[in-house]
Design a protein around this ligand. Structure first.
Ligand SMILES: Nc1nc2c(ncn2[C@@H]2O[C@H](COP(=O)(O)OP(=O)(O)OP(=O)(O)O)[C@@H](O)[C@H]2O)c(=O)[nH]1
Length: 477
């Protein structure tokens, strides 16, 4: 910035003091060092002023020039390189007259015309040289004493400015660093972070929320209640809203929001109270993990060959129905059927184990093909299966079995193996309404019924429980 007020000459020590008194308070508040040197140059009527700060890291000088006769940066280097100045351990050098001619060539007439000047060193707290400043006046009227005092005041003021400025810029740097770290964390963290105001506005919506749910914050705020997009059911929505409290629980809660494409997600949420009393919701998407857990859980109770439940799975179901749903069993009764393929060993022996596998798999699939309501089936092991028919009496179970038997008789069990037929024996246990029995007893009785069917010639069903015991024979050939 140039000092246009070249006419502004201050001649007396009093007027210098007045000028300094006016300028000193604004020095500390100046936004830049350039403004500081401008203020001094202008207030004291200097034609040339410069400050050169030593840049520690770059090992160079940062030169700021002001005044109505500004010199080149190169001139500043030249002045500082002058032998006389370097040689003495000076802090302040003053010229009462002829300073322009001393430093500048005749071609630079304005600069050559400069008369009095002061060149001062700026020092760090520890005494190291921080830089230099220079003020030159177009007149001779400043005495050496005045110029030295001027130098002391100016260097003190600049030093104070630099200390404040460096503390401020350090704080600013630190703050910017922290803000940038948190911004990166907020945008890129693989966790869901959001916040809603009391009037249902979305205040915070991080990158992971946008990625997972497909909505941007602006899009959400176009809706009167953005939460309704994720939880269309009002009751659920109100429960979600009520869960966002200022006192978070120690466990994360599982919620099932829907995304922009209508996909139901599984998420875990908690929230934290920020110092400004706003609440930040923190969540994780566990949809994939949950699906995998469910897949593994299903796998753990599924028989790989037949895709029925395996032994553990079907026995768990039996226990579940008899214990947890005992009121339904008491109310509606139930039937349990144990199946065992007849002479299966001879199928293996004649056609091989892998053909036997295909036959077993066919049996399992066909058993489940036309289920009665609520029916569950499982493979107990080998060529033995169990089916549970909630709320079915022995007649319904028997009819189901005989239709199944008929389908098997009419099916080609293994493609290409026309002679291969399978038959089975079945034991049926029916519990009448009001009747209860532990699972172990159910299995014992149904096994006895099956044994009865085997003993009586196979290819038939034996019913126990419900009505008096009777044998239903069905010919399949
Ligand atoms: N292919 C195949 N065979 C199996 C499997 N599990 C058990 N088996 C066979 O099933 C046959 C069962 O033989 P047994 O217990 O003697 O019964 P069965 O020959 O069916 O005779 P009954 O039950 O008395 O009518 C054995 O040969 C087993 O090896 C399996 O997963 N795959």
């Amino acid at each position: 910035m140039k000092n246009d007020n070249a006419e502004h000459h201050i001649q007396t020590p009093d007027s210098i003091l007045n000028a300094l008194a006016g300028v000193l308070p604004v020095i500390l508040e100046s936004a830049s060092l350039e403004q500081v040197i401008d203020a001094f140059t202008h207030a004291l009527g200097a034609s040339l002023g410069w400050v050169a700060l030593i840049e520690q890291e770059a090992q160079s000088l940062n030169v700021l020039v002001s005044g109505c006769c500004p010199c080149q940066e190169q001139d500043v280097y030249q002045m500082l390189a002058d032998q006389r100045l370097q040689a003495c351990g000076w802090n302040t050098v003053v010229w009462e007259s002829g300073v322009g001619k001393h430093f500048f060539s005749r071609s630079e007439s304005n600069l050559c015309a400069l008369e009095s000047a002061v060149l001062g060193k700026l020092r760090h707290q520890n005494g190291d040289v921080a830089g230099y400043f220079f003020l030159a006046f177009p007149h001779q009227s400043y005495s050496q004493k005045v110029l030295r005092n001027l130098a002391a005041i100016i260097s003190g003021a600049i030093k104070e400015y630099l200390i404040k400025h460096s503390v401020n810029s350090l704080l600013l740097n630190e703050t910017q660093k922290i803000v940038s770290q948190y911004t990166t964390l907020f945008s890129n963290a693989p966790i869901l972070i959001n916040s809603f105001s009391a009037d249902n506005r979305c205040i915070l919506w991080n990158g992971e929320c946008q990625r997972l749910f497909g909505w941007s914050r602006d899009e959400l705020n176009r809706f009167p209640d953005p939460l309704a997009l994720f939880y269309p059911d009002l009751t659920v929505r109100e429960r979600v809203r009520a869960s966002v409290t200022t006192v978070p629980g120690d466990k994360m809660q599982e919620w099932y929001p829907i995304d922009k494409n209508g996909r139901v997600l599984t998420t875990l949420w908690s929230n934290i109270l920020l110092p400004d009393h706003s609440i930040l919701n923190i969540g994780v998407d566990i949809t994939a993990r949950k699906r995998e857990e469910q897949r593994l859980a299903r796998k753990a109770i599924t028989d790989e060959l037949t895709q029925c439940l395996n032994r553990a799975g079907i026995l768990a179901q039996l226990n579940e129905i008899l214990l947890r749903n005992s009121h339904l069993v008491i109310q509606n009764g139930m039937s349990v059927v144990m199946f065992d393929l007849d002479y299966f060993k001879s199928i293996n022996d004649r056609w091989g184990h892998s053909v036997g596998d295909i036959a077993l798999s066919f049996f399992g699939r066909e058993l489940q093909a036309h289920p009665l309501p609520g029916m569950v089936t499982g493979r107990l092991g080998g060529e033995e299966f169990l089916a549970i028919f909630p709320a079915a009496d022995s007649q319904q179970a028997w009819r189901f079995i005989e239709q199944f038997r008929q389908r098997l008789a009419n099916s080609q069990v293994v493609p290409g193996y026309h002679d291969l037929r399978i038959s089975f024996s079945a034991g049926i246990l029916s519990l009448r309404s009001g009747e209860v029995m532990p699972a172990s007893e159910v299995l014992k009785q149904v096994d006895e019924a099956l044994y009865g069917a085997k003993r009586n010639g196979r290819g038939m069903s034996v019913i126990v429980g419900g009505s008096p015991q009777w044998i239903a024979k069905t010919s399949i050939n």
